[in-house]
Design a protein around this ligand. Sequence first.
Ligand code: NAD
Ligand code: 0WE
Length: 272
Amino acid sequence: MQHNDGYNGIMRMGFLTGKRALIVGVASKRSIAYGIAEAMHAQGAELAFTYQNERLAPRVGELAQSLESDFLLPLDVSDDGQIEDVARNVEERWGHVDIVVHAVAFAPRDHLEGDYLEHLTREGFSQAHDISSYSFAALGKALRPLMRERDAAMLTLSYLGAQRVMPNYNVMGVAKASLEANTRYLAYALGPEGVRVNAISAGPIRTLAAAGIGDFRSMLERTERDSPLRRNVSIEDVGNAAAFLCSDLARGVTGEVLYVDAGFNITAFSST
Ligand code: NAD
Ligand code: 0WE
């Protein structure tokens, strides 16, 4: 069965046709969240976007438009009131939501360089965990009534630093470990309501969150040299895996962390 997706009068059908997705974490066209939104749109999903602050509103608005969406909401995930407002606005406009994408992380800049303990503060630790992990559960809690009993899916973005010590990643690695555990506990809590919860652990990608990270270039070079696929991953690679995980094609998958990293995580020593 096909239906008109409204674009140019062309009839299309994708594996997300009829699904409505809330995308949290677009800041630029290089954002992983934008790659995910593009892939979901290509599979027929209808999209809503949030933006962190007024400075980002025009840019996110343009990117939303490029994917045929005019549904934009402000959301700073450190603010409980804004999380509630997002849930209320999605309920008013859509009545439900099928897909929630969380692509948000933050730690104070000085916490992402050098010795882990040297820069560590109670405040920095707390902020990293609040914005990068708690916010995923907070979205699950607020949007739960809109997701139940409709084969909905939540997705978050992690990094290998959750599982292995990566120089400079420091408190973000600890927060990502929390985020991955959060994924499992959310999967267990929401599973009985038919809501699946998964994470993608992506390889390094040059985005705003990677800008100014010391030695990012050498991380990209080493991934290209040492990964089984001998290349880096793109936001399209992550987007396509995300579209699959949030679709009914992945109905039997929940609580999982899927590596989209050209296989880098399976390697120890390389021969080169
Ligand atoms: P990005 O800078 O494009 O996206 C990060 C997003 O987090 C931005 O949209 C920013 O607005 C948002 N954000 C930060 N603090 C927020 C807050 N308080 N409230 C709401 N939004 C807030 O970078 P990205 O690389 O696309 O990052 C997306 C996710 O992917 C992050 O969780 C990151 O840890 C993860 N990730 C990135 C890489 C990489 O190498 N780029 C690799 C693996 C995982
Ligand atoms: O998760 C991340 C980075 C997330 C991030 C980025 C910033 C930069 C700006 C969180 N907080 C901040 N705070 C800022 O002030 N990645 C997976 C990308 C990344 O960051 C690294 C990496 C990789 C990979 C930091 C050190 C080492 C490797």
